[in-house]
Design a protein around this ligand. Structure first.
Ligand SMILES: [Zn+2]
Length: 420
């Protein structure tokens, strides 16, 4: 018997990904069906359903579940089971009009121009997109990257049970990192773990993240460094660079038997508190008993208070999830405490001053801005060792150098007229 937490809503994972003969059959059949193009977010949600990360969903949501999720985090079709963000598929009016109820369609990934699965359409419905945004994102401001995606969706939602036969390029491109929930659970079980804390990462792992992971290891059997390999917004550091930086950090500063690394294919919505809840749902499916929720979890810009994502766990029903949040305050290195610390522990209010040459000039809390970090790296100046391990800095520097080169190439293309 597994000692890990149960998957959400039941005792077993709901895996919709077909294998072997069934997969070949479905793929063959898909060739003759109407194509429904998916946005990158919809594709990533489909893969999450395929691998069982969105257990117990069996397809894209119908109107009642869409409304229930928006209104009070629940799915009427599943007896009111907790779910924090609608998982829906959109289609243009024309396309939706041409599809009959009960018809099977092919779910088409526009990014890779390939079929991902099929869906038996059980329902077609229009939604109030602005309402969804206000409920899920707490704003309908189109400057918000998650809101923009929803507002740009075509008018009609299609719902129905899905069959999945592709995980796109993730298993290949992120070999060794990309992990399905059943695989993660098997690793945790092999290690005899009962409690596992998930550390959500979409940025490079600096000293403060390492500190969070160490705290989690102190109170749980192990930590699951779980990073997003799905789509980010422009300007974020790509997954392969983050993977290498985490590898470097874990190799040198962690006990290997206490850490597992994995990647998941979901696209960021930047929904802050609501997204923290979605992160909690699928981490439970991955076998995690805890989710580290730090400052501004899954947020963007100034849309959410720094600890809204922690507060929201008190606003949902107590029995909504088996997983519990591990709320941690803003962490940093403090030159006065002479150690890693947090806003909750450190009594020194002053901010450490780091000059343009990366030298420490006085003050307590080391809160390095991204801009200064990047400036120091691009000029080859030292980054305070208390902020990030030298191995991580080296990898990031290499990445930023390559980005600058790519920008030059782009400019050149436009100069020659090839860059349209
Ligand atoms: Zn201090």
């Amino acid at each position: 018997m597994s000692k890990l937490v149960n998957p959400h809503g039941g005792k077993s994972l709901k895996v919709l990904l077909l294998e072997g003969e069934k997969k070949a059959e479905a793929q063959k059949k898909a060739g003759g069906l109407k194509k429904v193009p998916m946005t990158s977010r919809e594709t990533s949600d489909l893969i999450m359903m395929g691998i069982g990360a969105f257990t117990p969903l069996d397809g894209f949501m119908g109107h009642d579940d869409w409304k229930g999720c928006c209104e009070n985090y629940s799915m009427p079709s599943m007896g009111g089971l907790f779910w924090p963000i609608p998982i829906t598929l959109s289609a243009t009016k024309d396309l939706a009009g041409s599809i009959k109820k009960g018809e099977e369609v092919t779910l088409w990934d526009t990014e890779t121009d390939s079929p991902m699965g099929t869906m038996k359409v059980s329902e077609k419905y229009a939604i109030d997109r602005e309402y969804e945004c206000k409920q899920v994102f707490r704003t309908a401001d189109r400057e918000h990257p998650g809101v923009r995606k929803v507002m740009e969706q075509p008018e009609v939602n299609l719902a129905g049970p899905v069959k999945v036969f592709s995980e796109s390029y993730y298993p290949e491109m992120f070999k060794g990192i990309y992990q399905r929930p059943a695989e993660a659970r098997a690793v945790f079980e092999e290690r005899g773990w009962t409690t596992v804390a998930a550390l959500q990462l979409r940025n490079p792992m600096h000293g403060s993240h390492a500190y969070l992971a160490w705290i989690a290891i102190e109170v749980c059997d192990g930590v699951y460094i779980h990073q997003l390999v799905g789509k980010l917004k422009e300007g974020d550091i790509p997954a392969d660079v983050r993977v290498r930086a985490i590898d470097a950090l874990v190799t040198k500063y962690f006990r290997k038997e206490r850490v597992v690394q994995g990647g998941y294919p979901m696209e960021m919505r930047y929904a802050g508190p609501r997204e923290a809840l979605l992160h909690a749902v699928f981490r439970q499916n991955y076998g995690c008993s805890h989710l580290i929720v730090g400052r501004d979890h899954a947020g963007v810009g100034e849309y959410y208070g720094p600890f809204d994502a922690q507060k929201i766990f008190h606003e949902i029903p107590r029995d909504a999830l088996e997983l519990k949040p591990l709320p941690l305050d803003w962490t940093f290195y403090c030159y006065e405490c002479r150690s890693m610390a947090s806003m909750k522990t450190c009594p020194h209010d002053s901010k450490a001053v780091i000059d343009e040459n990366g030298q420490y000039k006085g003050g307590a809390r080391l809160l390095l801005s991204g801009t200064l970090l990047r400036k120091l790296m691009s000029e080859g100046k030292p980054v305070p060792k208390e902020f990030s391990a030298p191995e991580v800095i080296a990898i990031l520097k290499e990445y930023y150098d390559s980005v600058e080169k790519k920008v030059e190439i782009k400019l050149h293309k436009f100069a020659t007229g090839d860059g349209k």
